[in-house]
Each structure stands twice: as structure tokens, then as C-alpha cells.
Design a protein around this ligand. Structure first.
Ligand code: FBP
Length: 276
């Protein structure tokens, strides 16, 4: 990694990446809780919130909507992605090139890497090409580091998540995006394992306001540099209130409790069962 390569998508070294590649990765079912979010324009509007440091979308959505938002939104080009209809060993098709993303105005690239998949070698080689092209363009590199595959029993095991962040460092990402490994200690180990590669927590399926902010607070105290989140924003009835809360926890270093106090009507019921 290079010093400051991620500066376009961070503020004071911290990141709040709004992810909206779910239409490809999961399908429109993710938009059902708030059907208006089927329209990418609704999520681009959310990405103009001060707390958001970058919006991660795929090629077609970027082509169709980014020209209207290029002054107000920082584009993170999610280069690869595969639909939920794919039933094979984890893999991800590279859908656009770094040059094409750069020409569209992207400041950074995002790349899913399934360490442990039978396709790991091919994915590492694709990541190499993208990472080096991004370096030539002074673009930041974010790795969605999601170990999975037929040999992996638990993709959130602390050892697995620490390995995932380390893969980000070893392969040249500026930021590794990983699932929360379930405890502050495990997250701390994951952050230490990443060395100079920053670590951001992946949002996961929708949780209550309290549960979500408390997990983000725990990740930040463990050394994370922020969050990359999709459903926990766009599946909320009041996503702006959650972005206000996240701004406090991530950029101002407040507790979740302090953030909740500033969010009138915040939900604190137990989270629904997680499906990821
Ligand atoms: P969420 O915050 O909604 O979990 O989004 C993060 C993300 O990495 C998305 O960018 C991606 O579409 C999705 O999760 C992939 O989830 P998975 O492959 O684990 O189902």
C-alpha cells in the first residue's frame, strides 16, 4: 500500500463507505424493505450526506447515475461482482476495467476477494491487475476480503477474519473490508494483523439502531478505520438519522449511547436474526 492512496475516500483517515452493489450480489429482494431504494437515485442522494466518504456501485449504476452526482459524491467503482443465481464455488466476474472506471470519474476501486475459494489463484491474479492499474491512476484500493469456499467452516472465525485483513495488506489494498468477527478482541487482532492496511467493518444484515451502533463503536475502539455499509442504511425508514449517528461514532469518536441520544426515535429493540 502507499501512504495517502486512500485519501480521496477517507476523512481524517476514517471511512464511511456506502455500498450499493446489492442489486447484483443479492438481487432486488434487498430493496423490498424500502421499495424506493430500488431507484439508485435515492441512494445517490443519501451518499451526499456529509458522513459518507464514498459510494460503492457497479458499472451500470455508475454509468446511469454518477454523471448527475459527480460534484457531490465520491465514486468507488466496485469492479467485480456475481449474482446470487451463481451456484458454483465462490467467484466474482470483473465487470469493468480500472481505466473505464477512472474515465467515469472514480477515485477508488473496490474488489471482492474470496480467499479460500477454489478460485483464489485466479482472483488474486485479477486483483493484481486491478491493483496495479489503480496505482498508475492514483486511485485507492478497497478489498472486500471475504474468505469463503467449500473448505471454510466459519467465515467469521477470529483467525479467518485476521487472515482476511492480512490478505488485504499482503496483496496491496489500502483498505480491507471484513465481516465483524464477533468480539472487540477478535477485531483488534484483525486490525493489528493488517499492519498499515486500514480495516473497515462490513455492515451486514439490518440490526436495531442500538445493536448496530454498539457494534460499530466496538469495531472503532478495536482499531477499525470505519465502516462500509449497505442494508443498515438503505433498509431503514430514516437512513439520514443513522448516518448522523454514524458520523458521531466514526468521525467524532462518541459512544453509541451518545449518538443514540442525538437520534430522536432511535430503535433499540433486539436485532432480527441475521442471515449473513
Ligand atoms: P451490507 O452492509 O449490506 O452487508 O453490504 C456489504 C456488502 O459487502 C455489499 O457490498 C455486498 O453486496 C454484500 O455485502 C455482499 O454480501 P454477502 O456476499 O456476504 O452476501
Amino acid at each position: 500500500m502507499l501512504d495517502d492512496a486512500d485519501s480521496a475516500i477517507t476523512r481524517d483517515g476514517k471511512a464511511l463507505i456506502l455500498a450499493y452493489d446489492h442489486g447484483l450480489e443479492h438481487g432486488p429482494v434487498d430493496f423490498e424493505p424500502v421499495p424506493e431504494t430500488t431507484d439508485p437515485g435515492v441512494v445517490f442522494d443519501l451518499a451526499t450526506h456529509d458522513a459518507v466518504t464514498a459510494l460503492a456501485v457497479g458499472k451500470g449504476v455508475a454509468e446511469a447515475h454518477y454523471p448527475s452526482y459527480e460534484d457531490d459524491v465520491t465514486l468507488l467503482a466496485k469492479l467485480n461482482g456475481t449474482s446470487n443465481l451463481w451456484m458454483g464455488e465462490p467467484d466474482s466476474a470483473v465487470n469493468w476495467s480500472v481505466d473505464y472506471a477512472h474515465d467515469l470519474g472514480a477515485d477508488a476501486i473496490g474488489f471482492t476477494y474470496y480467499g479460500g475459494s477454489n478460485n483464489e489463484v485466479e482472483m488474486a491474479e485479477e486483483f493484481r491487475d486491478a491493483q496495479e492499474a489503480a496505482r498508475h491512476r492514483d486511485m485507492g484500493v478497497v478489498m472486500w476480503s471475504y474468505p469463503r469456499g467449500q473448505g471454510l467452516k466459519n467465515d467469521r472465525d477470529p483467525k479467518t477474519i485476521a487472515y482476511a485483513t492480512r490478505l488485504g495488506l499482503e496483496l496491496g489494498a489500502d483498505i480491507a473490508k471484513v465481516k465483524y468477527p464477533g468480539s472487540a478482541d477478535a477485531m483488534e487482532w484483525a486490525c493489528q494483523s493488517a499492519g498499515k492496511c486500514k480495516v473497515v467493518m462490513s455492515g451486514g444484515s439490518k440490526a436495531s439502531d442500538r445493536d448496530f451502533l454498539e457494534t460499530v463503536e466496538s469495531a472503532m475502539r478495536a482499531g477499525a478505520s470505519g465502516l462500509a455499509v449497505g442494508r443498515n442504511i438503505f433498509q431503514r425508514e430514516n437512513p439520514e438519522a443513522m448516518l448522523d449517528g454514524l458520523e458521531k461514532v466514526i468521525f467524532e469518536g462518541t459512544t453509541a449511547e451518545e449518538a443514540l441520544d442525538a437520534m430522536p426515535g432511535a430503535e433499540s429493540e433486539p436485532a432480527a436474526a441475521s442471515d449473513d
